[in-house]
Write a protein that binds this ligand. Structure first.
Ligand SMILES: NC(=O)c1ccc[n+]([C@@H]2O[C@H](COP(=O)([O-])OP(=O)(O)OC[C@H]3O[C@@H](n4cnc5c(N)ncnc54)[C@H](OP(=O)(O)O)[C@@H]3O)[C@@H](O)[C@H]2O)c1
Length: 276
């Protein structure tokens, strides 16, 4: 790896840190330098996965770098920024990967003249090896200091990302949308399967049923869009059936009953909107 490349230090190298670290290493646009996690063993495992970098055991051992990615869990970002700020490092570019939190989490570094941003990639980084394969084409929201966002954009674009500028005040609602689009899908599927099992549907039929319905739902959504793909009693305006089904679900599970009522109201609204 050329010594002329900008250096990247990783504070936190789990699913996101490992994935981005390896992608940047493979793309040859950044030199992965020091990697800090909660243990020497996990830092070394991250270095092994990335294929570059040095596992570091404590923040004080981290060397100055051009860029710092704080890929720790959201609740650790502010504390990690505070720790870095106590080290007297030369100001650089610091960014985190949270969708919901803003670059203001990095305020202690910002106060020392660092350039700060958040870069959130809309992808489920469930497994780094898989996420690495899926990354190309991922939409990434850049927020924070304009200069930092400007510097990060070509680095992410080099990995195949599609970047856009996100206003700080919209981060929460933006991330809530990602929760709707990705996180709730497994919840809906788990709930459907619990109800089917409860109804007596044989367990051995569930995997095939899941596969068929999800494939067909995706095909229809891609072909017709959300409004066009919508079917079901709420979309048909069958309010009596929606009511009776809602009560049955409510009796099974109170949270599921509340969600059924709310989602049915939203389905009816979506069906009405498509007729306008
Ligand atoms: N996962 C996703 O799908 C996804 C998608 C977009 C954005 N994000 C964002 O990406 C960020 C990281 O998420 P993740 O899913 O990669 O988390 P993760 O897999 O749980 O990894 C967190 C990493 O941070 C390390 N860590 C925890 N506390 C630390 C501390 N005080 N100092 C140093 N390292 C510490 C952990 O060390 P160990 O390895 O020793 O446990 C681990 O390497 C979060 O802001 C999250 O919101 C996640």
């Amino acid at each position: 790896m050329s010594a002329l490349l900008p250096t990247l230090n990783l504070v936190g190298a789990g699913r996101v840190g490992k994935t981005l670290g390896r992608l940047w290493q493979q793309a040859g646009v950044l030199q992965i330098q020091d990697v800090l996690t909660t243990s020497a063993a996990s830092a070394q495992a991250a270095v092994d996965f990335i294929g570059a970098g040095h596992a570091i055991a404590s923040p004080a051992q981290m060397r100055p770098a051009s860029l710092w990615l704080l890929a720790v869990p959201d609740r650790q970002i502010a504390a990690s920024a505070q720790t870095l700020a106590t080290l007297g490092l030369p100001p650089a570019l610091a960014f985190h990967a949270s969708g919901a939190l803003a670059a203001t989490e990095l305020a202690p570094l910002r106060a020392q003249g660092w350039s700060c941003a958040s870069a959130h990639c809309i992808l489920s980084f469930a497994d780094p090896a898989t996420a690495q394969q899926q990354f190309r084409g991922t939409v990434c929201a850049l927020e924070g200091d304009a200069a930092a966002a400007q510097r990060l954009e070509p680095l992410l674009t080099a990995l195949g990302a599609q970047c856009f500028a996100l206003a700080t005040e919209h981060k929460l609602i933006y991330h809530a949308a990602a929760v709707w689009a990705t996180n709730f899908l497994p919840v809906l599927q788990a709930q459907a399967e619990a109800l089917w099992r409860h109804s007596g549907l044989p367990a051995e039929l569930l995997p095939g049923l899941r596969e068929r319905l999800l494939h067909h739902a995706v095909d229809n959504l891609l072909a017709l869009g959300p409004a066009g793909a919508l079917t079901g009693p709420a979309a048909r305006g069958d309010t009596a059936l929606v009511e009776r089904q809602g009560q049955a679900v409510q009796a099974f599970d109170a949270d599921a009953g509340a969600a059924y009522a709310a989602l049915s109201a939203m389905a009816a609204r979506l069906a009405r909107d498509r007729q306008l």
